[in-house]
Ligand binder design. Structure first.
Ligand code: NAP
Ligand code: GLV
Ligand code: GLV
Length: 335
């Protein structure tokens, strides 16, 4: 049986499926797999299951003479040098769709929690400060921003961006979006308006980032863009940390040039930034957008289905690098 190495303990349903078709080895520890261990483990691997935190590049491929497929346990694949993989005839797959709703729900979790200062309020309650104050209710406490009926601007109108818009309809919002290409069908279905980026930024009360990280989207939101946003607006980032210039964001938050930010992703992960973390008007999550039981099991199943389909000589269902088919047919050589 071909060998698959899995760099972190994914949900058991995926591992069980894979065991029927592969010799499976899993990096069992909770910490990140050390680079040298990864480079050692791939030596013998026909297939690799990777996390978004592992850089899968030329060096990994150089160490992996038998490697034919990399299945990323994530929809984003900015951690993988896809061009290099294609050149070498290595298939790359990701996990779209199965995590769309969970991630869109989480964008909304951040949006609402930031707008209504939920974390500050929770700290106030559980720390005993409320009780110490001895006042049951105050008309000027914890004032936040209205959400219902406001304007949301979604940057990157793909699977997750559109799912965020779907939810915004229930909140009676005006929906603006900016994306690389216009989406006439989604515009109709979701009652969304296309806007150039600058207009979207200046008109929105909530700006949600849902683009992939690419050369074009790196620091797409910087000082200039933050200046275009309203002083009462909130930025939500569930895309990738590097889409935002963090230094510029911290400055804008400190100076009150925007009202707040809800972040799930950071320029480096794990992340710590005293200046940012010291601010009250931010809600910070440790990259948990897809962290539901359902989404994570769906991702594990999809990873397994991609590998099993490939093993059967067929094109995996969520192949990222379509051109690889011209370089090598799907399937493992007999060993
Ligand atoms: P998707 O369906 O591919 O949507 C991405 C959208 O962004 C597409 O509509 C795309 O192009 C647009 N886009 C790409 N480059 C752009 C650019 N330069 N300017 C403007 N728009 C651009 O992907 P998805 O499934 O929605 O996922 C989006 C991203 O979310 C992933 O890549 C990942 O990084 C991130 N994510 C994060 C979490 C988390 O845990 N926080 C979970 C899942 C995903 P078109 O306009 O041409 O269609
Ligand atoms: C998570 O960030 C993903 O890209 O799946
Ligand atoms: C608040 O609890 C209210 O009744 O207005």
């Amino acid at each position: 049986m071909p060998k698959v190495f899995i760099t972190r303990a994914i949900p058991e349903n995926g591992i069980e499926l894979l065991r029927e078709h592969f010799e499976v080895e899993v990096w069992p520890e909770e910490r990140e797999i050390p680079r040298d261990v990864l480079l050692e483990k791939v030596r013998d691997a026909d297939a690799l299951v990777t996390m978004l935190s592992e850089r899968i590049d030329k060096e990994v491929f150089d160490n992996a003479p038998k490697l034919r497929i990399v299945a990323n346990y994530a929809v984003g694949y900015d951690n993988i040098d896809v061009e290099e993989a294609t050149r070498r005839g290595i298939y790359v797959t990701n996990t779209p769709d199965v995590l769309t709703d969970a991630t869109a729900d989480f964008a909304w979790t951040l949006l609402l929690a930031t707008a209504r200062r939920l974390i500050e309020a929770d700290n106030f309650t559980r720390s005993g400060e409320w009780k110490r104050k001895g006042i049951a209710w105050h008309p000027r406490w914890f004032l936040g921003y209205d959400v219902y009926g406001k304007t949301i601007g979604i940057i990157g109108f793909g699977r997750i961006g559109q799912a965020v818009a779907k939810r915004a309809r229930g909140f009676g919002m005006r929906i603006l979006y900016y994306s690389r290409t216009r989406k006439p069908e989604a515009e109709k279905e979701l009652n969304a308006e296309f806007k150039p980026l600058d207009e979207l930024l200046s008109e929105s009360d909530f700006v949600v980032l849902a683009v992939p990280l690419t050369k074009e989207t790196y620091h797409m939101i910087g000082e200039r863009e933050l200046k275009l946003m309203k002083e009462t607006s909130i930025l939500v980032n569930i895309a990738r940390g590097k889409v935002v210039d963090t230094e510029a964001l911290v400055k804008a938050l400190k100076e009150g040039r925007i009202a707040g930010a809800g972040l799930d992703v950071y320029e480096e992960e794990p992340y710590y930034n005293e200046e940012l973390f010291g601010l009250k008007n931010v809600v910070l999550a440790p990259h948990i957008g897809s962290a539901t039981f359902g989404a994570r099991e769906g991702m594990a199943e999809l990873v397994a289905r991609n590998l099993i389909t490939f093993k059967n000589g067929q094109i995996p269902p969520t192949l990222v690098n379509r051109d690889v088919v011209k370089v090598r047919k799907p399937g493992f050589e007999e060993r």
